[in-house]
Ligand binder design. Sequence first.
Ligand code: MTE
Ligand code: MO
Length: 321
Amino acid sequence: MLIKNLATSHVGENEVTPERVFKARRRFLNMGAATIGGAAISGIAGGLLGALPARAAGASLNPGKWSGSTDEPLTEFEAATSYNNFYEFGTSKEGPRLNAENFVTSPWTVEIAGLAKNTGVFDVWDLIKKDQLQERIYRHRCVEGWSMVIPWVGVPLVEIIKRMEPASNAKYVAFQTLHDPERMPGQQRSVLQWPYVEGLRLDEAMNSLTMLAVGIYGQELPPQNGAPMRLVVPWKYGFKGIKSIVKIEFTEKQPPTSWNISAPTEYGFYSNVNPNVSHPRWSQAKERRIGEFLRRKTLMFNGYADEVASMYSGMDLEKFF
Ligand SMILES: Nc1nc2c(c(=O)[nH]1)N[C@H]1C(S)=C(S)[C@@H](COP(=O)(O)O)O[C@H]1N2
Ligand SMILES: [Mo]
């Protein structure tokens, strides 16, 4: 019953028209910003923020550059921060920005638990050092069929994992979002089992592309994007990118994941972007880049096959979807 309702609420992008996003795109083009280089990002973000009344800009960050960024045009800041999935703050795309506006994310602690040497409770800004941040521009694709290009700011998860010294029997990493229905009103409804949980195999977590992000567009994450810290796994569907993380645990067994719990025939543990394996209710062959009108072909592993395909060699990706 619950699963049925849920399954219908997570619809393919072809069934919705993100009209406000296209409007935002036109405004953006009117600003005459045709190309955006890494250096111009904060200026652009500042300009777009200026167009948004009554919203304070997040604290700015000073990330170092990273050579692997895609050079595709960035999604507009406004679209990336107003067209979100974050069920803790409502199931619509606009809900998270409106309902998370006053979500307080400071102070914030993260528990590191399970099969590792250096477990404990850390302040998020002890875990993630502000002078070690990197900016990485990644493609971001939702299973619903839309995609974006986002300049994330954060650190490779592998650096944190190495500091924690996982035990030899640690095979997976489990992640958990804050559970606090007072502060996250969406948790007062059973649209998902709370708290939101996700997981990666240890080698996936330690792949150099996997990031813990604390910012976008040169500033701290807005609440709707998962402040203060969220996961970014660019070759997987967006739902693996768990937001507002309070716990990271090293485990021996494969951990449960929220979307798999809610609709196991639709969402598997791996959730790799795979144009050859359809979602049961719609094809994954194409996607709509937010801000563009024509769909484009979805790339295997979201275009990151060179970096990640070897982790899945010998696996039947229709079975391990
Ligand atoms: N805690 C939590 N994390 C979450 C979600 C959620 O509902 N709750 N939604 C996921 C989904 S379906 C997507 S597509 C991405 C969206 O990230 P964005 O809003 O920054 O684009 O967040 C993921 N992380
Ligand atoms: Mo998603």
